[in-house]
Each structure stands twice: as C-alpha cells, then as structure tokens.
Design a protein around this ligand. Sequence first.
Ligand SMILES: Nc1ncnc2c1ncn2[C@@H]1O[C@H](COP(=O)(O)OP(=O)(O)OP(=O)(O)O)[C@@H](O)[C@H]1O
Ligand SMILES: [Mg+2]
Length: 396
Amino acid sequence: MDELSIMDMEENQDNDKPPSLSPRPVKPWRVAVIANVKGETILPMNGPADAGAEFDRRETIQAIQDAIETDGHSTIFLPADSNLPFALSQVRPDICFNIAEGIAGDGREAQVPALLEMLGIPYTASRVQANAISLDKTMTKRIWRDNGLPIAEFQEFTDVNEPLSRSLHFPLFVKPAREGTGMGIDDRSIVYNMRELRERVSWILNDYHQPALVEAYLPGREFTIGVLGRSDAALYSPNPELYGSDGFHQFPAEEIDHFRCVTPGVYSHYTKTLALDEEGVPRFICPAPIDAELALTLHRLAVRAHQTIGAVDISRVDMRMNEQGKPCLIEINTLPGLTPDFSDLCVIANASGVNYRKLILEILYLGASRYGMMEPAAHPIPVMQTRIPEYVALRK
Ligand SMILES: Nc1ncnc2c1ncn2[C@@H]1O[C@H](COP(=O)(O)OP(=O)(O)OP(=O)(O)O)[C@@H](O)[C@H]1O
Ligand SMILES: [Mg+2]
C-alpha cells in the first residue's frame, strides 16, 4: 500500500473519533524542511569573510525533522538552492517548515517564501514582505519609528562621503544594513571619531556590497525576547495554556551580558561562533534578573515590533537600554535560529518549559492553521481576546 492510501485510511479512522478539546491536524502531512546548509550551499563570489555564517547545520535540520515526525508526519529535507522549484514539484509537500536564509540579494530571506507563494504551497512563519523587511534593518527601523516605537537614532550610508547627520553623536555603532548572526559586527563596530566612522562605512560598502547602518550607540543592558503566538493561537495549538490574553506566549526575557566577553559591549559575530562553555563567551541569563513590570514592558514591546512589520507566529526581537535606561529596539529576526540548546530562542523556550519538540510543533501548527489545515478546538478557549494590549509602559 502506498503512503498516500495509508494516510487516507488514517484520515477516515480519525473522522470516527469524537471531537476532542485539543485541535488536531486534519491528517498526517508530508512536511518539507527547507534550509541552507553550512558548507553545502554554494555562495556567490566576492562575498565577505563571514558569508554563510547564518546557514544551518545538518544536525539542526535533523532535529527539526525528528520533532515533526514525533507527531506522526513524514518529513524530507530540501536544500534552498536553485534546484528547489524542481524538488518542490517532485515532492509536492503538504507544508514546508521554512528556515532558509536565502543565498543573495536585498531580500534573500524572502526568496523561499516568495517561491512557495507562487507555487501555492503552505509554509511556516512569516511571509514574503515581513521576511524582506526584517532582513533590512534600516527599513525595519523606519517602520518602528513611524509607529512610535523606541529605537536609536540612525542614518543609512550608501556613500562613504555622505555628511553625518547633526542628530548623531559619537560614539556610534556601524553595521551592515542587511545581515544576521553578527556578520560584520565586532568590537570595531563602535566608532569614536569621523576617521573610524569613514573607515568602517567604507569596509561595509566594499566587502558586504550593501548600505552601512550607523546608529547611536546604546550602552546599556541587552535583552532578546522570543515572540510566539497570534490572536487566535490558542484555538489551534495543542498547548492552548501557553497563550495569554493577548494571544502570545510570554517567554522569559534573556539577558546577554557581553560586558566582560571577548568583544566587550558587543554581541559580535565571533561570540556567536563560540560554544556556551568557551572562554570569552557572553553570559546568557534566562530568565533575566528584572522585575515583572520590565519583563511585561519588554514582552509588549517585542509583540508590537513583531506586529508592526507584519511578522506572524514566531520571531525573536533584540533590544538594548539607552543612556536613560529605556529599552530601544535593535532588530527583529523573523527566522530565528533553531539550533537545539544553543540558539537564543531555544534557550529561552527551554527556560519557560517549552522543550524543543513543543516549540517546533507550535511553529508548524500555527503555520498550518493559517492555511485551513487545522481544525480549531471544539470549544472556544475562554481567555481569548483578539486585541493586543496597547504598548503603554514606555509612554508613561
Ligand atoms: N545601536 C547599537 N548600540 C549598541 N550595540 C549594538 C547596536 N546595534 C547592534 N549592537 C550590538 O551588536 C549586536 C548584533 O547586532 P544585530 O542584532 O543588529 O546583528 P545581527 O547580526 O542581526 O544579530 P542576530 O544574530 O541576532 O541576527 C547586538 O546584539 C548588540 O550587542
Ligand atoms: Mg541580533
């Protein structure tokens, strides 16, 4: 008997079951995990030294496949390269679990979502526009600024000789406008004078072939906040108790204490390559030692940051305190790293009792429910409220 007939049989058996409180998949699915693999994806020529740093390891892809298979689905890994359109038409997955970073271009994290939308194949996490916006840190900050969310002053340089805006004062922080995993970020990202600024901007323009984002340096504590949920998440989650009245799970904040690490004051690319027990690694503290009011402020700020760029279901938002001790948004990762026990989001989830399997399945089922692939819970979840509480704490 082929795989599909087995699925059909199981589906019929499922139909005989009484409705349960928990929502469940309409049938076991064929799930394709789509990713770029370190050392396997071919990179464009002339890239920077740290190109490909955000690609995933085979072990991470396997861990995602294992987690998905525990719930009865079959999985296959498809590399996110130029062969992907052909692979997809052969495999015809029911849904894709997308973690692909993309290969090149100004919106590379949106490449796979764009292809899947064109082919009409469901996929997890954020869609095309949000993935393209979040990769572009300048564009993201413009949207946050327009929505009244707190950010550091900034200026984007496409020409090394551009005059520095009068509203920016040294020290400044300089980084590539469209990278992740700390690419192009080290202790020389903090610049103290015009000569250092020009040198750093010139290096980014030449080596990274993209604009340089120059920001006011935020000297305070740094936090990264996981975002999981949606206004109707509890209706589709196997774990509705995870979601609060805003429809989002409030993860504990993670603090990154990099003040005594190998690149003091900067969560740099190099520190992101170190194992958690290696010399010079920052201290990761989760839950962060902060009071409940600040924890709620950071959660609400992260949710607003996620919503205003149109992200869905999952993300991780980085923020740091300014001189006045107010949290400012740095950037959002709509495809946060999912390396078990290592990536910030996995560490944060573990700290709140959401193990790896649960995290992966939440992302899968929240994604699937947006395509009508899930039956909602038979009974409404009483705590649900569709409106997100206003982001008030910082406006006081
Ligand atoms: N304006 C700033 N002021 C102070 N520190 C900053 C600023 N911008 C970035 N940083 C530091 O650099 C680090 C990396 O910056 P950012 O989060 O923008 O890079 P990334 O490569 O996108 O990170 P990720 O690995 O989360 O994708 C931050 O975690 C923070 O330590
Ligand atoms: Mg970051």
